[in-house]
Design a protein around this ligand. Sequence first.
Ligand code: EPZ
Length: 461
Amino acid sequence: MSDDRPFQWEFRPEPVPPETLTVEGGTPLRGTVPVSGAKNAALKLLAAATLTGERCRFTNVPEIDDVRVMADTLRDLGVVVDHPASNVYEVASGDVEWLFVPLEAAAKMRASFILLGPLLARFGRVIISNPGGDRIGRRPVNLHVDAMRALSAEIEYRNGYYFARSPGRLRGSEVRFPFVSVMGTENAMLAATLAEGHTVIRPAAREPEVDDLIAFLQRMGAEVERTYPDTIEVEGRKRLRGADHHVIPDRIEAGTFVVAAAVTGGDVTLRGAPCDHLEAFLDVLRRAGVGVECRGDTIEVHGDALRDGGYRSVNVTTAPYPGFATDLQPPTCVLLTQATGTSRVHEAIFEDRLEFLGELRRMGADVTLEDPHHAAIVGPRPLHGAEVEVGDLRAGASMILAALAADGRTRIHGSHHINRGYENIERKFLDLGARIERVIDPSPGEPNAHGTAEGNAVTTS
Ligand code: EPZ
């Protein structure tokens, strides 16, 4: 596609109607909850399928908004994306005709930028919108661009778009990052699989989702391997074949439900949970006094300590895997509001990711934001219902936990953000005995629309 063609694209994602979640707190959660496939694996796997023209089939794909946005973005490129059953996607990128990832995709989902590497490597050119930031910080992509240039791509930035091309095949090389970047690692790795020659990526991110992507690429015939804990090496191939893949469980969703059981003083069993991907997180919870047992892919959580003496304060610092996951920092802060003493939280990866603590304060939490990266939480403090607002999915899910632990009713405005990354979250909480109801906010002039996980108007248990 020449660069001067006007951008007439079809991609007009349906605007997500704003939603509010109403939660009646104070009920200990009890029962069993299944863990869904990992969002941060599934999005990259779907993008990786564009490295071949052959069909790829993915199972255990979470039914979440971000996956639907990625599927629509691929369809808009001319990729065939079928969704033959729940949690199953099939992708065939035979004749991609339109190598353009529009602003709408990037504005809705930063992860659309993971298409840069595979489209550039397979087709030699792509125009892709700068995903910009979201509610947890600036979120630049300079490391991704530098990695493509290291693989001999030419990239220029104009009016919000990156124009990327590679005169011939990309050429393998040494890709050195100044610090760990998860999607930077993944974009470089995807591009390198079709480059000419050898590529060494370091420091390479060690997140389990990166290794899930490596496993899929190897099934496609890619020569890619984690040769050291923080090093990934790739020997480029001319083409890759289609493959099938079962997405790993979502460790962030699992951690969220572990905290839900702890803060409500409940007893919950997680099925299909990735215990070995949660070591740093579970260590913090055990130090706080939460009863947690891992057996195979089952996690049992006992929150009785909440009633017998309460939890203990703990200091938390986020770090790249295998450190404490930044995505589990917001749920853990909710737990720390119920811990005796002062807990210090250091969000070392993103600025602005502690901002949601202001909403916790509205519910009675004693939290002090010392600077964008440091907070102090003093507990235990009883939480009470309130009207709160969320802007990103991890803070949103955490406000559900606070509402479940609070006395009274909480209305969480902006809860549609949560649907980006948590499959059927209301249904899963309902099945654990939570009193939760989703309300589609009325467009001006329309009556209130009540709905739950199925969208039917019922009063929840
Ligand atoms: C991935 O984001 C995840 N998203 C994030 O989860 C997760 O929080 C993050 O990794 C860290 O673990 C997906 O996988 C889709 P980074 P990513 O590059 O790759 C800076 C969620 O809620 N940076 O590892 O975008 C960046 O600002 C999301 O599921 C640059 O400076 O994160 C951050 O400070 C939130 N330049 C640090 O690096 C770049 O080019 C680490 O970010 C890229 C990143």
